[in-house]
Design a protein around this ligand. Structure first.
Ligand SMILES: [Fe+2]
Length: 173
C-alpha cells in the first residue's frame, strides 16, 4: 500500500539519522578512550582501528541519507549521547577506568548491532539494495568489534585485577 510505503520511508530516514548521531557519539567515545589508555596497547590498537571504521561508517550513512533525499546536517543528538557522556566521565574518574571502558564499549557495540539490524530490515522492506549493502558493511564491523571485546573482556579484566593486586600504577588505564 502506498501509505505504508511512505511511512516506512519516513522511518528509514529517521533511523538513518539516529544511526549517524550514534556513530558520531561512538567517535567521541573512542577518541577519548584511545587518547587515555596507556598501558593496554592491545586494547588501544583495536580501539584505534575501530575509530577509523566508525568514521567510515558515518560517511556511508551520510551518503545513504543523501541518496534517499535527506540531509545529514539535520541530525540531532539523542538522549543516548548524554548517557554515553556520563559513562565516559564516570570511567575517566574511576580507578578502574579500563574496566568501565570495556563495559561501555561492549554495551555500545551491541546497541549499534541492534540499530543496524533494524535498519537493514527497513531498507530491505523498501528494496533499497545499495542502502542495505552499506548497512551490512557497518553491521559486520560492529559485530567484529563486539566479538573482539567478547574475547578480550576476560583476559583484560584479569590483567587489570592482577596489576591492582600488585599495586601497579599501570592498572587504571
Ligand atoms: Fe562500533
Amino acid at each position: 500500500m502506498a501509505d505504508d510505503r511512505s511511512e516506512t520511508d519516513r522511518h528509514l530516514m529517521q533511523w538513518l539519522r539516529d544511526a549517524h548521531a550514534m556513530e558520531r557519539q561512538a567517535e567521541t567515545m573512542l577518541t577519548g578512550m584511545e587518547s587515555r589508555i596507556e598501558h593496554y596497547p592491545h586494547l588501544r590498537k583495536r580501539i584505534a582501528q575501530h575509530l577509523k571504521e566508525t568514521q567510515h561508517q558515518s560517511q556511508r550513512l551520510e551518503e545513504a541519507i543523501g541518496r534517499r533525499g535527506g540531509s545529514a546536517s539535520a541530525v540531532k543528538d539523542t538522549v543516548a549521547s548524554l548517557t554515553t557522556m556520563a559513562q565516559g566521565l564516570l570511567g575517566s574518574m574511576a580507578g578502574d577506568e579500563v574496566v568501565k571502558g570495556l563495559l561501555a564499549g561492549y554495551t555500545f557495540e551491541h546497541y549499534e548491532i541492534g540499530s543496524y539490524r533494524i535498519l537493514i530490515a527497513a531498507a530491505a522492506a523498501l528494496g533499497d539494495i545499495e542502502t542495505t549493502r552499506i548497512l551490512r558493511e557497518n553491521l559486520r564491523e560492529e559485530e567484529d568489534m563486539a566479538q573482539w571485546l567478547s574475547s578480550n573482556i576476560d583476559p583484560l579484566t584479569a590483567e587489570y585485577l592482577e596489576r591492582q593486586d600488585q599495586g601497579s600504577a599501570r592498572a587504571k588505564r
